[in-house]
Ligand binder design. Structure first.
Ligand SMILES: Nc1ncnc2c1ncn2[C@@H]1O[C@H](COP(=O)(O)OS(=O)(=O)O)[C@@H](OP(=O)(O)O)[C@H]1O
Ligand SMILES: Nc1ncnc2c1ncn2[C@@H]1O[C@H](COP(=O)(O)OP(=O)(O)O)[C@@H](O)[C@H]1O
Length: 208
């Protein structure tokens, strides 16, 4: 057995079935829809609503949800800056594979650091990474507090909670921004509609 470290003596194998052929088969173009925002901003809600809408249009998508992946692929990672970076990196790599397979991959993670999201963007052709910013106020997210985590964070029982005592860096140049209007959030189906319109305009849902 070789004792060579990591990446020595490994070679890339090209498969004869290419991405273009997969796109033709599926009648869509693979991409990554990366949803970022505070806990409670509606990332999972948008991811599910978008996946449902795409399904009803005969388009194949798959949701990679931060919370869910922490039960398996990312089990054991915590919420330090280093662990979050590794969490995002792994999901970025998996999302890239799904997009290459031809799926519309919907990744839904807080992903609080700009550099980590940009690193995922850099894994793909730029146009195939669609960053969606859930631009909801902390007060709205905290008022939702679906799992009671904000309450625990405010009480100091969870340390390093994003938005409370850990940073969130909003995107500077995202493709899509979902916003409250006069303190009211768009409905899940309106949020999904905004993303579907973008995908349609950019040709991801067209027959290939
Ligand atoms: N310290 C701390 N900060 C933020 N969030 C926390 C924390 N501890 C647990 N949780 C729960 O973990 C969910 C976020 O996981 P992610 O993988 O999306 O986080 S990250 O992208 O690595 O920052 C997040 O889920 P969502 O509410 O769906 O965002 C929380 O339920
Ligand atoms: N557009 C929306 N309109 C009304 N309620 C919403 C909307 N988006 C999310 N919610 C509610 O807010 C809570 C948090 O949403 P969730 O999707 O779990 O957020 P995140 O994944 O960002 O933590 C849930 O109870 C959800 O039903």
């Amino acid at each position: 057995m070789s004792t060579l470290a990591n990446s020595s003596n490994i070679f890339w194998h090209e498969c004869p079935v290419g991405k273009t052929e997969r796109h033709k088969l599926l009648n869509q173009k693979g991409c990554v829809v990366w949803i970022t925002g505070l806990s409670g901003s509606g990332k999972s809600t948008l991811a599910c609503s978008l996946s449902r809408e795409l399904h009803s249009r005969g388009k194949l998508s798959y949701v990679l949800d931060g919370d869910n992946l922490r039960h398996g692929l990312n089990k054991g990672l915590g919420f330090s800056a280093e662990d979050r970076t590794e969490n995002i990196r792994r999901v970025g790599e998996v999302a890239k594979l799904f997009a290459d397979a031809g799926l519309i991959c919907i990744a839904s993670l807080i992903s609080p650091y700009r550099k980590d999201r940009d690193a995922c963007r850099a894994m793909l052709a730029d146009a195939n990474f669609i960053e969606v910013f859930m631009n909801m106020s902390l007060s709205l997210c905290e008022s939702r507090d679906a799992r009671g985590l904000y309450k625990l964070a405010r009480a100091g029982k969870i340390k390093g909670f994003t938005g409370i005592d850990d940073p969130y860096e909003p995107p500077l140049n995202c493709e899509i921004e979902i916003q409250e209007k006069d303190g009211v959030c768009p409905t899940p189906s309106a949020m999904a509609g905004q993303v579907v319109s973008y995908l349609e305009d950019k040709g991801f849902l067209q027959d290939q």
